[in-house]
Design a protein around this ligand. Structure first.
Ligand code: NAD
Ligand code: DAU
Length: 374
């Protein structure tokens, strides 16, 4: 059981929010972060309606949206469409009926982008272009008086577009220096969004989130992979020396920030969304093993990720000027996440089936065969 959706924070006061009772098109809304956005926004019970467009790739999961079905009021404001953001026939009719498009759709795993990057480019570049064209067309209809107002596009991007950051904090004006095919596709998507904002005056905003964790995250990513492996007393494959640093952001904070930028961000602007815990991977693993009561001896040092970014860290002062701040402290967020995986074994066992085994073999078999004590 993944449980019902709890009520979330109230929306902004009436009068300050241009998207009260809006109809949102949420692309990629069956994935980890997109589904949290859908659950949390609908749980405000403020009349917002949401249509999800999701291709249901290996990472898309209808079970992530299942908690909505337990609540008739929430389910009544929610509609799901299976489709591809790179297909105008899928996107255009939905964009025509939307007040805003919030784009979470992407191939999101760096390791997969190293093995097979094509889908990353199709969704991250062609897909973003299809969304931009749809939004531009709707803006022209608004200008002609055929609809009330132009839809806003929120492009959900990542701190990985800055590349590795040896010291200090990345700020929004820093150059983009992506170093993996995943990050390059995300940077390309951002550049397209920026070009439409400048050239066509498209109402678009970009968020750059940091490493996100929480319930319903696909177990290919560090925290859920290590928690679920540890629950089965399987080895935990730590890349290289394990001293790479990430800044951990709870998923509820990430989606709160995306929604805040939708409602309050300035058109054409980019907003960093930092976490509240800059930590080396070793420390994260130590803490999750502590919560699980499992031994460090499960951790194995394995061959590093090619081109592995050593450190990400962002300055959050720009989004703070919009009135947003982190709310979930990492220690409490991590404990709750570990507990969620322990309590929702049926969810993650169902994900770790089918293609999962071929992926795991390809990614880890040789690495683990040559592994060492960590
Ligand atoms: P995810 O892989 O869990 O979910 C991606 C979703 O997009 C899936 O439901 C998938 O089916 C869908 N999708 C993929 N291609 C599609 C297409 N062509 N058309 C429609 N749907 C498609 O990813 P996530 O971790 O939830 O990340 C969501 C977004 O946030 C991504 O854009 C990612 O780049 C960004 N982001 C993620 C993190 C993180 O730590 N996970 C941090 C910063 C930014
Ligand atoms: O920084 C934001 C990004 O965070 C998002 O844009 C991506 O969509 C998201 O996947 C995430 O990317 P990372 O590559 O940082 O996440 P991942 O969970 O794959 O890895 C986190 C760290 O853990 C990284 O330093 C690599 C390391 N790692 C990961 C895996 C899967 C390991 O040591 N072993 C592993 O098996």
């Amino acid at each position: 059981m993944t449980g019902p959706v709890p009520d979330s924070r109230p929306a902004d006061a009436p009068g300050t929010d241009p998207f009260v009772r809006a109809h949102l098109l949420v692309t990629g809304g069956a994935g980890f972060i997109g589904s949290a956005y859908v659950r949390n926004v609908l749980a405000r019970r403020d009349g917002t309606r949401i249509t999800v467009l999701d291709k249901l790739t290996y990472a898309g999961n209808r079970a992530n949206l299942e908690p909505l079905q337990a609540d008739r009021e929430l389910a009544g404001r929610f509609h799901f469409v299976q489709g591809d953001i790179a297909e105008p026939d899928d996107v255009d009719p939905l964009a025509a009926a939307a007040d805003a498009v919030v784009n979470f759709a992407a191939e999101s795993h760096v390791d997969r982008s190293i093995v097979d990057p094509e889908a990353f480019l199709r969704t991250g570049v062609i897909g973003v272009h299809v969304l931009l064209e749809a939004v531009r067309r709707e803006a022209l209809r608004a200008a002609a008086g055929d609809r009330e107002r132009a839809p806003r596009l929120v492009q959900v991007s990542t701190d990985e577009v800055y590349g590795t950051v040896p010291d200090g904090l990345s700020s929004e004006a820093d150059p983009l220096a992506p170093r993996s095919p995943y990050a390059a596709a995300k940077a390309a998507g951002e550049l397209l969004v920026r070009s439409y904002a400048v050239t066509h005056g498209t109402d678009a905003v970009i968020t750059r989130g940091s490493n996100t964790y929480g319930p319903f995250q696909h177990p290919e990513k560090l925290i859920p992979l290590f928690v679920t492996n540890a629950l089965d007393d399987e080895p935990l494959p730590l890349y290289g020396d394990g001293l790479q640093e990430r800044d951990w952001l709870h998923v509820d904070d990430h989606v709160g920030a995306v929604d805040h930028v939708l409602r309050h961000g300035l058109a054409g602007e980019v907003y960093n969304v930092p976490g509240d815990a800059q930590l080396p991977n070793r420390e994260v693993v130590k803490r999750l093993l502590g919560r699980l009561g499992k031994p460090w001896s499960l951790v194995r040092t394995v061959e590093d990720r090619p081109g592995h970014d050593r450190r990400y860290a962002m300055d959050g002062s720009k989004i703070a000027t919009l009135g947003w701040r982190n709310r979930v402290p990492f220690p409490a967020g991590l404990d709750a996440t570990v507990d969620w995986y322990r309590a929702n074994e049926a969810w993650w066992r169902a994900v770790r089936t089918g293609d999962w085994h071929a992926w795991y073999e390809r990614q880890y078999a040789e690495r683990l065969a040559g592994s060492a004590e960590a």
